[in-house]
Design a protein around this ligand. Structure first.
Ligand code: SAH
Ligand code: SF4
Ligand code: F3S
Length: 471
């Protein structure tokens, strides 16, 4: 099937109508509401996609459940960036099968990045043939159409396309939080880091028009959103490919100017494209959160070259230290990978050197995972597991030591926190997020949720704070 065969957005609204009718008939027959559950794996992009999928389900008339336990329809929105993400899905599908055996009417669907990978799709079709619907990332917006076919009784609907030129706007969305929201500014990736499957499963980079992004943010603000996170695999190349489009720093400024928006975050910044203009824009604009995620991957110039990251150890370090100097209260976080093919002890030492120099506020550390179809996967110098484990432990220890030290920087300060939720383990407490992305727990009423309040950071407990409200 070609991408051009998929019905356009307007038709999708018609398919939601059709699904509604089928659901109504089902309810009349069974005397109860149909329930659905969306389980999300992977990154912020997937989380945002799941809000779109949930929006469609609720518009069609499903009651949404947190848990899959009793759901009539379970939708898994998947990730395939590392093999453990795949394994997690297979575990969930095993459980789904045992429920489906007891409840044969239950419908199971898999979508997102994993089925875009041909060998994973084959495995799904062969070993998990009870899955009723499979679709990918490029035709996510056609979910209403697939849903209506499923509700009409069709099974084994497998709809995967390998690219799309479309950016579809204006389908219903159900946000997880009323006061904050992700906003896609671009899709896909053009960087082709040699270990990474994302460009293969998400396609080429496509930016949305800034006017559409700003319209969406205005509407979000009108509906109560105070904090937006601009999403893209490499936000610093925003606008490439659109004639006359504004730059990412300019987009940030315009987002900050939207009435009612109090905080702006973004993710992810590729170090090779991070401009001085961006640094100065963050520095001069208080609404832009004091948090920059700047993935390092490796501190070895040799490994970075083989990864196709297009920066050296020195260029990265200089950039990070310059950012720290310009914006001292910024939290710098990163992604680090250990065990890339050919990595030696001395390469790992380089990574540790960068961690100790930049002193990350936090870091995600990953063990390299072979992804089918990527250049690194066919290299013969894959690193033995035992060595990877040893290097990983060294890197993790270093990351944690630095992060612990960095976390202490804020001790005793009073900083604004956006209250996000009731703390479920401490009675009478709520949990808030600081501009630097740290979490603080403090005594407070649930009515504070969605507001920004000043909180004194009384006690650092490793990677989070215990605090008290100071109004
Ligand atoms: N676009 C972002 C990263 C998106 S993927 C960037 O370039 O920074 C998120 C993280 O997953 C990456 O930063 C990388 O550290 C990790 N990752 C990607 N592919 C991986 C692989 N094959 N094995 C292990 N980790 C991987
Ligand atoms: Fe993957 Fe590299 Fe693109 Fe990030 S920039 S999504 S790591 S290919
Ligand atoms: Fe995973 Fe797809 Fe995101 S592979 S990391 S969910 S883009």
């Amino acid at each position: 099937m070609k991408a051009s065969d998929i019905s356009a957005t307007n038709d999708q609204l018609g398919f939601i109508e059709r699904s509604s009718e089928l659901i109504r008939k089902n309810e009349e027959r069974s005397g109860r509401k149909l329930t659905a559950s969306v389980i999300t794996f992977g990154c912020q992009m997937n989380a945002r996609d799941s809000e779109k999928l949930a929006g469609i389900l609720v518009s069609a008339g499903f009651e949404l459940l947190e848990d899959t336990e009793d759901a009539d329809f379970v939708l898994y929105n998947t990730c395939t960036v590392r093999d453990n993400a795949n394994q997690k899905l297979y575990g969930h599908l095993g459980e789904a099968l045992s429920r489906k055996k007891k409840k044969p009417d239950m419908m199971v669907a898999v979508c997102g990045c994993l089925p875009q990978e041909p060998s994973a799709l084959e495995k799904l079709k062969k070993s998990y043939s009870f899955v009723d619907l499979i679709f990918g990332t490029h035709n996510l917006y056609a979910f209403p159409e697939y849903l209506s076919r499923l509700l009409a009784g069709e099974r084994h609907i497998y709809e995967i396309v390998d690219h799309t030129d479309n950016i579809v706007e204006d389908l219903p969305i159900l946000r997880k939080y009323p006061f904050k929201s992700g906003v896609n500014i671009m899709f896909g990736c053009n960087n082709f880091c040699t270990y990474c499957i994302v460009p293969h499963v998400r396609g080429r980079e496509r930016s949305r028009e800034s006017a559409d992004i700003l319209d969406e943010i205005k509407r979000l603000s009108e509906s109560g959103v105070k904090e937006v996170m601009l999403l893209g695999q490499n936000v610093n190349s925003y606008g490439n490919g659109i004639q006359g489009e504004i730059s990412f720093p300019e987009l940030l400024k315009r987002v900050c100017d939207v009435d009612g928006i109090e905080r702006v975050r973004f993710m992810t910044s590729h170090p090779k494209d991070l401009s001085e203009e961006l640094i100065q824009t963050i520095k001069s604009n208080d609404k832009i959160c004091r948090h920059l995620h700047l993935p390092l991957q490796s501190g070895s110039t040799k490994v970075l070259k083989e990864m196709n990251r297009r920066y050296t150890k020195e260029q990265y370090t200089e950039l990070a230290l310059h950012i720290r100097e310009e914006i001292p209260d910024i939290a710098l976080t990163t992604d680090i990978m250990v065990g890339f093919p050919g990595e030696t002890e001395s390469d790992v030492n380089d990574t540790i050197d960068v961690i100790n120099t930049v002193k990350y506020d936090n870091a995600f550390t990953f063990i390299y995972s072979k992804r089918m179809g990527t250049p690194a996967a066919v290299r013969e110098d894959q690193v033995p597991e035992a060595l990877v484990k040893e290097s990983f432990d060294r890197v993790l220890k270093c990351v944690q030591e630095n992060a612990r030290e960095q976390s202490l920087r804020w001790q005793g300060l009073t900083l604004p926190a956006l209250v996000e939720e009731v703390n479920t383990s401490l009675e009478g407490y709520v949990t808030g997020r600081l501009s630097n992305n740290m979490i603080v727990h403090f005594p407070g009423e649930p009515s504070l949720i969605g507001t920004i309040v000043p909180v004194r950071l009384d006690e650092c407990r490793g990677f989070y704070y215990m605090g008290s409200i100071t109004v």
